[in-house]
Ligand binder design. Structure first.
Ligand code: HEC
Ligand code: HEC
Length: 441
């Protein structure tokens, strides 16, 4: 180091000496008095300059020495780490234990996680903040969502007030009215607010904000200063409003049996069908086979297996046996369609004829059971002479006769009182006959 200092000092002192020599030589040449004065001033300036340069040089030398020391420190520390095996850039050393995985957490890593603040103040960093600073920071960082007075903007959470609402159906739970510990506010704000910018508040800012929120809740005066020393002493409004839940010890046993967790049952049986429990609809469902079923004879399931052995469904010997079944279904489907179509066509007859339960004669006779019946046979109905004559002649309403009649009633039976032009479409007539057939006599 002394070597580097001499490098700095030599040029400075050498320069000063040189200037002094020049000045003396010039004086010896009997220059005018004024010139001498000027030169004396100049010498003074140069000397001052030299002194400043010397100071700067000294400062620089000190700084260089400091840095040299630091470098030495860092190198020593790094060497120690490598020697101790805690080199952070090296792969984690394998660890003893069942799986040989992982390594003990470093102190720094634990510290980064261990940020929680407890009601008694443990975990708080050293720091402090007053209400007025708190207001400034709050307006700047929080008010856009929580309102300038912590009253909550739009639908964002309100942080102040609500003191007389806790017993209401719709209580306003705020930091002031509801939170039992101040540490929750400090911890929550420090970790998660401002929303979307968590972790950007300093400890002092957080103390100040918490002080301001207390002020907004009228819990402190405007000269209040919150710090890590007085923090744990602060009593929150609702601190006694929470109770320890003792129901597991006091109540659960009253209405709960310990569930069996092993070797509980050797046999399970189906004891009931849902149809016995729920009310089945009167139509359709009431005819369900299940309604006639009973719990007797239902299969049971034991460790050995079910109480019945399902047998494979018999395989049809010939395809022919399956064919009629398909045909039947198709026919049934067709009949349903025709019935619906016939019901529609019957609307044209409804002004004069009734069918179904309680059907009476009106302009025309009731038509229950008319297909296959003798013509003009509804007792009490006043038929035309033509219809009576046809009846006497033995006319029977077969499907063919009915179709002919309905195509053109007046042409089919001259003199009939049925004032109906007739149905043009044979499909409509066929459908109508199917429909009429469903109403018995
Ligand atoms: C961008 C909007 C926004 C900003 C800015 C903001 N917050 Fe919040 N704050 C929220 C939202 C949203 C919630 C509710 C979060 C949740 O329930 O998960 C909340 C919840 C809170 C709560 C808990 C309220 C309760 O009763 O549950 C506190 C306390 C709080 N914020 C304080 C602050 C503070 C202090 C600041 C400023 C440093 C701040 N917030 C900035 C949006 C914001
Ligand atoms: C404007 C009223 C009117 C309309 C509409 C009408 N009928 Fe008639 N129908 C009568 C009258 C009246 C008679 C009795 C005819 C007679 O005595 O000559 C009759 C008789 C009948 C008979 C014979 C009944 C028996 O007892 O022998 C049948 C079948 C019949 N109608 C079917 C129909 C059908 C099907 C329709 C609809 C497509 C229809 N009618 C539309 C008035 C009507």
């Amino acid at each position: 180091m002394s070597k580097s200092l001499s490098h700095v000092f030599l040029p400075v002192f050498g320069g000063t000496a040189l200037v002094l020599a020049v000045a003396v030589a010039i004086a010896n040449r009997n220059y005018g008095q004024s010139k001498i004065e000027t030169l004396e001033t100049r010498i003074g300036q140069v000397e001052t300059h030299a002194a400043v340069a010397q100071e700067n040089a000294q400062a620089e030398a000190n700084r260089a020495a400091e840095l040299e020391l630091k470098v030495e420190e860092i190198q020593t520390a790094a060497a120690e780490r490598i020697a101790n095996g805690t080199n952070l850039t090296a792969p984690a050393p394998s660890h003893d234990g069942t799986y040989g995985l992982g390594r003990p957490a470093l102190e720094e890593e634990i510290a980064a996680w261990d940020v929680d603040v407890l009601p008694d103040g443990r975990g708080l960093p050293v720091g402090s903040g007053d209400v007025w600073t708190g207001e400034e920071v709050f307006v700047d960082r929080c008010a856009s969502c929580h309102g300038e007075f912590a009253e909550g903007a739009d639908n964002w959470p309100v942080l102040a007030g609500g003191f007389d609402t806790l017993a209401d159906e719709d209580p306003v739970k705020t930091v002031g009215s509801y939170w039992p510990h101040l540490s929750t506010a400090w911890d929550y704000i420090s970790r998660s607010m401002p929303f979307g910018e968590a972790g950007t508040l300093t400890a002092d800012e957080t103390y100040a904000i918490v002080a301001y929120i207390l002020y907004s809740n009228d819990l402190v005066d405007d000269d209040f200063v919150l710090n890590n020393e007085n923090f744990a002493d602060f009593k929150m409004y609702n601190m006694d409003g929470f109770v320890v839940d003792v129901r597991p010890e006091t109540e659960y046993a009253e209405w709960r049996e310990e569930p069996c967790m092993e070797n509980c049952k050797t046999e399970t049986a189906v004891t009931m069908r849902s149809v016995f429990l729920v009310e089945t609809p009167p139509e359709g469902g009431s005819n369900s086979v299940m309604n006639g079923a009973s719990a007797d004879g239902l299969p049971t399931f034991t460790a050995e297996g079910p109480s019945f052995t399902p047998t494979a469904a018999p395989i049809p010997e010939e395809e022919a046996t399956a064919a009629p079944a398909v045909q039947e279904i198709e026919e049934a489907d067709q009949t349903i369609e025709l019935f619906a179509a016939g019901e529609k066509v019957f609307k044209k007859c409804k002004s004069c004829h009734q069918v179904g339960d309680g059907a009476k004669d009106s302009t025309g006779p009731a038509l229950n059971g008319v297909i296959g019946a003798n013509a003009g046979s509804v007792e009490g109905f006043k038929y035309s002479k033509a219809m009576k004559a046809a009846a006497e002649a033995g006319l029977v309403w077969t499907e063919e006769e009915m179709a002919a009649f309905l195509t053109k009633p007046k042409e089919y039976m001259k003199g009939t009182r049925m004032s109906f032009a007739g149905l043009k479409k044979q499909d409509d007539i066929q459908a109508l006959i199917i429909y009429l057939k469903t109403f018995g006599s």
